[in-house]
Design a protein around this ligand. Structure first.
Ligand code: FMN
Length: 143
């Protein structure tokens, strides 16, 4: 049994990537895994202020919002699913904000299997040139 965290970042509640997240969730639960699906557009997650407060304060962010709880779930997860629509050749602002807010634990992101769920209007070549922010984040995982 693996602990799976799905970060769904489309603001559209019934959007394509969200529907794919729900399918992923159903399949994983049917296989006996424990899944948490978080729609970050519905959470209160402020922008990273780049104040370095977390670096001075043992990884504790100065912002007191939903991200603190999400980071705990993140650290416990064996599998991470990052779901985003493509907006102007990049990931959603919600997903980028989430990634930036992992800064307090960036040296302790742990080992995880990672999957991407990507939704776009155009073709695969457009998607591939749009994923640099996700790849840059995932490269910071320990494995
Ligand atoms: C602001 C905005 C920018 C977009 N930019 C792109 C783009 O650069 N390339 C692309 O293929 N699709 C683009 N799209 C289309 C979305 O990626 C597409 O509709 C996707 O299915 C939305 O994901 P969702 O259904 O999970 O919300 C854009 C949509 C919006 C609203």
């Amino acid at each position: 049994m693996k602990r799976i965290l799905i970060i769904s970042s489309s603001p559209r509640k019934n959007g394509n990537s969200q529907l794919l997240c729900q399918k992923f969730c159903k399949g994983a639960e049917e296989k006996g895994h424990s899944v948490e699906l978080i729609r970050i557009a519905e959470k209160e997650i402020g922008y990273c202020r780049a104040c370095d407060g977390c670096m001075r304060n043992n990884g504790e962010c100065v912002l007191k919002d939903d991200m603190n709880e999400i980071l705990k779930t993140f650290q416990d997860a064996d599998v991470l699913v990052l779901a985003t629509p493509i907006y102007f050749y990049g990931i959603s602002a919600q997903m980028k904000t989430f990634i930036d807010r992992t800064y307090p634990i960036w040296q302790h992101l742990g080992c995880k299997d990672v999957y991407y769920i990507i939704s776009a209007g155009l073709d695969k070549a457009i998607i591939e040139r749009s994923l640099g922010d996700l790849d840059g984040f995932v490269e910071h995982l320990e494995k």
